[in-house]
Ligand binder design. Structure first.
Ligand code: S3P
Length: 168
């Protein structure tokens, strides 16, 4: 089958949903952030601090290029920052946007210290990043799933229905 790429803002649940989707339908799964942390043996927040965002984006580009052999891929929120990543996803499968409202994101990331582009930004910058990214996710998505007030199981079911997956 073609790959299902999950995109969306930080805290939209891409990793949790991707893992659960792969377990429910017996599919192979990779998370680009987890891949990077393992490959470079460093936390993403450390990579940002020591080498900067641009180096992280290069690692991320390499990760998405390697990820195309998997059935389900959870991406980092900034995957849409490089045009070439969009091409990689479009050429190898379908893009599913997990759309979560800013209020829900804010609630989920309240205590987070592992996402530099969130916790090192003030609220105005967080809102403007959210709005800019939202436009990109909308532009590139093949499928949009609203996640507010839905359980992981409901979201997984909705994605499964969209792709006529059968499992369990
Ligand atoms: C980022 C999102 C993070 C991670 C990095 C940068 C972003 O992933 O890749 O901190 O630019 O939005 P999650 O979306 O899984 O939090």
């Amino acid at each position: 089958m073609k790959t299902i790429f999950l995109i969306g803002f930080m805290g939209s649940g891409k990793s949790t949903v991707g893992k659960s989707l792969s377990e429910t339908y017996h599919l192979s799964f990779i998370d680009t952030d987890a891949y990077i942390e393992e490959a470079y043996d460093q936390k993403i927040s450390e990579i940002f601090k020591v080498y900067g965002e641009n180096v992280f984006r290069t690692y991320e580009q390499e990760a998405i290029e390697r990820a195309v052999t998997y059935d389900v891929v959870s991406t980092g929120g900034g995957i849409v920052e490089r045009e070439t990543n969009i091409k990689t996803m479009k050429n190898n499968g379908k893009i599913v946007f997990l759309q979560t409202s800013f209020t829900h994101i804010e609630e989920r990331l309240k205590q987070d210290v592992n996402r530099p582009l969130w916790h090192l930004n003030d609220r105005t910058a967080q809102i403007s990043l959210y709005e800019r990214r939202n436009r990109l996710y909308m532009q590139y998505a093949d499928v949009i799933i609203h996640t507010d007030d839905k359980s992981v199981e409901e979201i997984v079911q909705e994605i499964g229905n969209n792709f006529s997956l059968s499992g369990r």
